[in-house]
Design a protein around this ligand. Structure first.
Ligand SMILES: Cc1cc2nc3c(=O)[nH]c(=O)nc-3n(C[C@H](O)[C@H](O)[C@H](O)COP(=O)(O)O)c2cc1C
Length: 203
């Protein structure tokens, strides 16, 4: 039975476009694969920035680690183990300032680890996984949209996951949530607009 790792990065709970869409993805995936789902809510995870004890933990052998280093590197080790154990991954993330939010970047800094997810010769070690990234944004960045070139998030996420060996990546651009702020559309309407792409991605 395959395992799906569902990662959410929005702070907005039920009002989040990306969370609503990762939930739809997960329901569809479960129908299609009957596998196990592991949920990783980044807003319920303590994700410290990289500091010196973290570097010592990441770049020195485990048997040399002091209790402080062991404590600091533990969350990174746990996140890497969780990622490596997954067959499929769905990552739901907002776009902030045309890029990926700090919380998603903090997660990436914990899972991109030499000797764990990439080798010293820069070969990705997290191979054979399928990743769907759902990016919720206020504006629209689909091909041909006038703001398309401002999207600095899709390319980066594709690149960094590719670097660790996850090359089967499907990005769903769930743009247009500005219509919620203006009252032009409701949350269910915005979610519905992206549902078909998410259902397709969960196949
Ligand atoms: C701090 C911040 C920065 C944002 N920057 C952008 C942006 O650069 N481009 C954009 O289209 N939307 C931007 N937005 C809007 C969010 O991407 C949008 O609300 C999206 O739906 C958030 O995802 P969520 O609904 O899953 O929380 C920003 C929102 C916030 C709070």
């Amino acid at each position: 039975m395959p395992t799906l790792l569902k990662i959410d990065a929005s702070p907005r709970g039920d009002y989040s476009v990306s969370r609503n869409l990762t939930t739809i993805f997960t329901e569809e995936w479960t129908k299609n694969y009957s596998g196990t789902v592991v949920e990783r809510d980044l807003f319920k995870t303590d994700l410290p920035f990289v500091d010196v004890p973290w570097m010592m933990g990441a770049y020195t052998p485990a048997e040399q680690h002091s209790p402080e280093i062991q404590k600091t590197i533990k969350i990174s080790n746990d996140l890497v183990d969780e990622l490596l154990a997954a067959d499929h991954i769905v990552l739901g993330t907002p776009m902030y300032n045309f890029a990926t939010p700090a919380i998603t970047k903090a997660y990436i800094d914990h899972i991109v680890r030499v000797g764990r997810t990439f080798s010293t010769s820069y070969e990705g070690l997290a191979k054979g996984k399928k990743l769907t990234i759902i990016i919720a944004s206020g504006g629209v960045y689909t091909p041909g949209a006038h703001m398309e070139a401002y999207n600095a998030e899709s390319g980066y996420l594709k690149q960094i996951f590719g670097f660790i060996g996850i090359t089967d990546v499907n990005i769903v651009l769930a743009g247009g949530s500005n219509a919620l702020n203006t009252g032009e559309k409701t949350l269910p309407q915005v979610v519905e607009e992206h549902k078909a792409a998410v259902v397709e991605a969960a196949k």
